[in-house]
Design a protein around this ligand. Sequence first.
Ligand code: ATP
Length: 274
Amino acid sequence: SKAALFDQDNKVKITFADVAGLDEAKEEVKEIVDFLRFPTKFTKLGGKIPKGALLVGPPGTGKTLLAKAVAGEAGVPFFSLSGSDFVEMFVGVGAARVRDLFKQAKEKAPCIIFIDEIDAIGRMRGKGGNMPGSNDERENTLNSLLVEMDGFGTDSGVIILAATNRPDVLDSALLRPGRFDRMISIDKPDIVGREQIFKVHLKPLKLGPDVDPKKIAAQTPGFAGAEIMNVCNEAALIAARRDKSEIDMQDFQDAIDRVIGGLEKKTKIISPEE
Ligand code: ATP
């Protein structure tokens, strides 16, 4: 299939206020916002601005959201593509796509390039395992990514953020100095983090007086931000189906059950290859 080349958002509206919790990760990426906004502050002292950082953490924990917020806070364009778009591609297409992406990004600098699921491209060379797509083609794509990263200076104004939940399978060449030499870990939220994320996603909803984010957070151990967002959406749908004028705690309880049910089905399908 021929997916879009890559996505480009010139006016990112997401800011750190949209990212709940993740305080340490936010602190770390604030520095990147600074690099993008005031590059000479660093370069005039002879400092080298890092080219890339790797956001490491389980699915749905807000890696994409945080990367977008960096672009939003810095007021720069956001280019993104997903490693999984590169599997099953014709020979040479992946490498050409990477080159094209970097060319456009350089023209729009300062900007952010975000590569989601970088492990799909960046697995250790020679160890394709049972990944779909030809290994040679994936290696071509990875090589072109390395060449592109080496090919621009630290003062180019392009910062590359990548996300993965499998840092262990990444080719070590990607992690060398001057490439993705910073790792920022993004963990699943604890009960306090979940409450904060719920508060963000409850804000646009019409809630009954019995809705208590603290209680909902206590009933959702193990949930990532994406699942928390799902719970809020489901609760609204359930309440609508019940012809209610506001969403109450019972709707949230039922929404939580439904999301847990969905997760259980998913693990059953996914676990055999883990
Ligand atoms: P994946 O690895 O599956 O790509 P991800 O870590 O990039 O996942 P996101 O796509 O950023 O996760 O998260 C999905 C959605 O979940 C977000 O768009 C947002 O609505 C919600 N979400 C996740 N984490 C947070 C958070 N910390 N604060 C607020 N919302 C969150």
